[in-house]
Design a protein around this ligand. Structure first.
Ligand code: MG
Length: 158
């Protein structure tokens, strides 16, 4: 039986931080603020997978009060979630996500993001969808104050 999960995340854009999205460092004037590397895309994907497992969310497993996760690459969270899927004798069917960012342009980095996510999840890149959209200059995303991501995942569970 395939179970689906949903994930959403947002982080604030600030000066003096690296911008990391989908495990890929992207040249930009600002980066995302957070305890870890604040990779909104990987956080949303983690939550989608955890949701499909009926588990707690990423903040439950990797709290932002834990010094171990300070500036941690979020890829390690994704790998830990993949391990939970395996422990449950389950198999990821697919992951699909959308990044919502006014700037920078995301499209040139999507292939590298897919490669990173595929590697962390041990999943074929053809099972991973990543899209990007701007927010048409509207709201906090449109004003380049933050970047959001949403994701869904399907997991085949016994
Ligand atoms: Mg987050």
């Amino acid at each position: 039986m395939v179970h689906v999960g949903i994930g959403y995340d947002v982080h604030q854009l600030v000066a003096g931080r690296k911008l990391v999205l989908g495990g890929v460092e992207i040249p930009h004037t600002q980066g995302l603020e957070g305890h870890s590397d604040a990779d909104v895309l990987l956080h949303a994907v983690c939550d989608a997978l955890l949701g499909a497992l009926g588990e707690g969310d990423i903040g439950h497993f990797f709290p932002n009060t834990d010094p171990r996760w300070r500036d941690a690459p979020s890829r390690i969270f994704l790998e830990a979630v993949a391990q939970k899927v395996t422990e449950r004798q389950s198999r990821i069917v697919n992951v699909d996500a959308t990044v919502i960012a006014q700037a920078p342009k995301i499209y040139p980095h999507i292939a590298a993001m897919k490669k990173c996510i595929a590697g962390a999840l041990n999943l074929a890149e053809t099972r991973i969808g990543i899209k990007a959209t701007t927010n048409e200059q509207l709201g906090f995303i449109g004003r380049e104050e933050g970047i959001a991501a949403m994701a869904v995942a399907g997991i085949d569970r016994p």
